[in-house]
Design a binder for this molecule. Structure first.
Ligand code: BEZ
Length: 218
């Protein structure tokens, strides 16, 4: 069955390029990004893995551990990683699950038989420290994912977990936020000392609460 937002991320034990791991233990109290690749030694995946490696400091800044997966064995992953370092200028610095028995792919519904009955699609799961699934993305094999977007969603999730805000279209860290409808104007005035702009009763804009140097007139 498909994994839905709010579900507990299924746990598993698997072989990886960094040895056997138990997923939940490996995550510990961190956020996680689990993402699948159709196959080793393929061009789009090569660029994605290089980018994920390059962005490791950005993931770490947000308390996020990254783990990749494809349905190839560890030896194959390790051989391919040499090519990734050579061509993308960054060595893969996170574990890659060797899912040759498709145990994890099946658990996470990463094989979509009407697209391809043996290879995984490009799945992304963002998992929070309570092991709950907070984002799922599914891309076709021919389209490389946008890792800036994955970081952007993590920024939004971490912000909205801490403040009673939501983030508008194309929001990025530092932009104005939307006050959640559940808060009254009085509560909003108390919670957001920088103030808010009431465009409509249901659309109230406030500076990003943890970066609110600017203020707005109510
Ligand atoms: C790729 O990663 O380049 C790829 C994988 C499967 C099908 C098409 C492209």
């Amino acid at each position: 069955m498909a994994i839905r937002l709010g579900d507990t991320a299924p746990d598993f034990t698997a072989q990886t390029t960094e040895g056997e791991i138990n997923f939940h233990e490996w995550l510990g109290d961190k956020w996680g990004v689990l993402f699948s690749h159709p196959k080793d030694y393929t061009p789009v995946c090569t660029t994605e893995l290089g980018m994920a490696a390059k962005l490791k400091p950005e993931f770490e800044k947000r308390g996020v551990k990254v783990i990749g997966l494809s349905v190839d064995p560890v030896d194959s992953h390790k051989g391919w990683e040499k090519d990734i370092e050579e061509t993308q200028g960054s060595a893969v610095n996170f574990p890659m699950i060797a899912d040759d028995d498709r145990k994890v792919s099946d658990l996470y519904d990463m094989i979509h038989p009407n697209a391809n009955d043996t290879l995984t699609v490009r799945s992304v799961f963002v998992i929070d420290p309570n092991k709950k699934v907070r984002l799922t993305l599914t891309y076709p094999a021919s389209t490389g994912r946008n890792f800036d977007e994955i970081l952007r969603v993590i920024d939004s999730l971490q912000l909205t977990d801490n403040f009673k805000v939501a983030t508008p279209v194309n929001w990025k860290d530092g932009d104005d936020c939307i006050i959640v409808p559940a808060l009254s104007d009085e509560e909003a005035a108390e919670k957001f000392p920088a103030g808010f702009k009431k465009v409509k009763p249901y659309l109230r804009i406030t500076p990003q609460p943890n970066k609110a140097e600017k203020s707005v007139t109510v």
